[in-house]
Design a protein around this ligand. Structure first.
Ligand SMILES: C[S@@+](CC[C@H](N)C(=O)[O-])C[C@H]1O[C@@H](n2cnc3c(N)ncnc32)[C@H](O)[C@@H]1O
Length: 224
């Protein structure tokens, strides 16, 4: 696979993840999660964005790693058409090997003309390594703009929380201020949730472009 041109701040990140997946294989450790439980809790929080019923939808997993979200969605009964994107070609190769029959769903480049009902991102904005925090934050907002452009019904992502105790923070990680993110998400939609209640010093932002409740002809309000 050829290497795609990416913003300079992501080049060391791509090298880091390329080495990690080579040494740890398609496991939580291979995408720098401490364990399956903490990877899965983040998926569960992001999946609150999706319809609860049988409605089918398409989803792009931005920074998909080896595609761990795909079996999670299947195991939890979501009827969706899944696609994964990652800047790290070795992650994409690993995802394709792990999910035979779904190889074409995993890509190391984005098609700017393609749209999805939802776009979700777990963990791809936190490891900044030596990048300057301001330069990193600019790229985060570019990615959020991209998730907005690519999604028709909504998008969601997680970030490490700046509310973490100062002595537990690491220089090579980026921590976002949940209140600031909530305030700034207004530009995308007023239907926004910031979830900071799952004990991982992490928060999830969910942006809906469609109402969460629909009114039935009988006058009942149903959650989609
Ligand atoms: C912490 S891992 C999480 C992988 C997967 N989302 C999961 O939870 O299992 C972060 C992933 O994001 C990818 N990534 C980092 N920066 C990215 C960017 N700017 N665009 C796309 N993918 C990126 C990395 O290559 C890595 O596979």
């Amino acid at each position: 696979m050829t290497t795609t041109a990416i913003p300079a701040v992501f080049a060391p990140v791509r090298t880091f993840f390329s080495r990690l997946i080579a040494s740890e294989g398609p496991t939580p450790a291979g995408v720098d999660w401490p364990d399956t439980a903490r990877q899965t809790i983040r998926f569960r929080e992001l999946c609150r964005l999706f319809p609860l019923g049988k409605e089918e939808f398409s989803v792009l997993d931005y920074g998909c790693g080896y595609g761990a979200l795909l079996p999670y969605l299947q195991a939890n009964g979501f009827s969706c058409n899944y696609f994964g994107f990652d800047i790290c070609e070795d992650m994409i190769l690993s995802a394709r090997r792990l999910h035979p029959g779904s190889e074409k769903r995993f890509q190391a480049a984005l098609d700017p003309t393609q749209q999805f009902d939802f776009v979700v991102l777990s963990g791809a904005l936190s490891l900044k390594l030596a990048a300057d925090p301001r330069a990193w934050e600019e790229e985060i907002w570019r990615i959020i703009d991209t998730m907005d452009r690519l999604s028709t019904k909504g998008f969601g992502f997680n970030l490490l929380s700046a509310w973490r105790e100062p002595d537990r923070k690491k220089d090579f990680l980026y921590y976002g201020d949940p209140a600031e993110f909530l305030r700034k998400m207004w530009r995308y939609s007023p239907n926004v949730a910031v979830l900071h209640d799952y004990d991982l010093w992490d928060f999830t932002v969910l942006v809906r472009k469609e109402p969460l409740y629909i009114k039935t002809p009988e006058g009942h309000w149903l959650r989609k």
